[in-house]
Design a protein around this ligand. Sequence first.
Ligand code: SAM
Length: 273
Amino acid sequence: MRIDVVSIFPEYLAPLELSLIGKARQDGLLDLRVHDLREFTTDRHRTVDDTPYGGGAGMVMKPEPWAQALTAVAAGRSEDAGAPGASGSAGKPVLIVPSPAGERFTQATAHELAEEDQLVFACGRYEGIDERVLEWAADHFTVRPMSLGDYVLNGGEVAVLAMVEAIGRLLPGVVGNPESLVEESHSDGLLEYPVYTKPSSWRDRDVPAVLLSGNHGKIAQWRRHEQYRRTAERRPDLLVEFDAGKLPRADGAAFADLGYDVVDGHLVRRPDA
Ligand code: SAM
């Protein structure tokens, strides 16, 4: 996969040289390039922002440096790949514009984007990027404004670090044991069960006995029930979307204990629970 990141703070992306993503880059599994937006300005002060039309606080990122940068990134890719616009999404690279006003980035989005050939990230700063850039870019990219969550960061870089890590670890060969990607929080619509390691007794706290039993059926059942308990406790909103039709029949009782009934394949919280 090819990833291009455009930012006025390229140094902010340095952590992408570390750990599994850094290794994936070294191993040639991920071709990640960071570009300085200011390289695409033409004035002496390398200006990337100006005051907002209509007034108000803050500054807005000017359109022309973005158009220049994104054009160069798209052209660079075509030359490298030997074919113009080579990418999975209708032949266009995907342009991800981090924004608190974007669609929510989830594990499902990470899986979807991990199938693409090229992703381009446009890191906004200040009050964001002039809206016309997104309209113009739609001719060259599949444009996806994307939010990390319902809070406001100072810039898109931190969001890009999170998204690139979430997507990059799904690429074949990046995580040593692909099994570990299967049983994770959000992979099946539930949170992961609690995990433990040695010693089996630590500061008067014992690992749940079932995990030491060697009974794989019982361990699997305990883990599923812990997933239900934890999700009901911490993220009941996830259970609204959960496809209860996938549950082993006997597990309906575990949900009944947590105050949920299975109705037409969906979990419904009992009013008295
Ligand atoms: N005025 C914008 C608004 O209210 O929607 C917020 C601008 S924010 C201060 C500056 C930049 O940080 C945004 O352009 C975006 O790149 C990034 N950003 C802030 N919060 C984000 C979030 N929750 N998810 C992704 N990017 C975010």
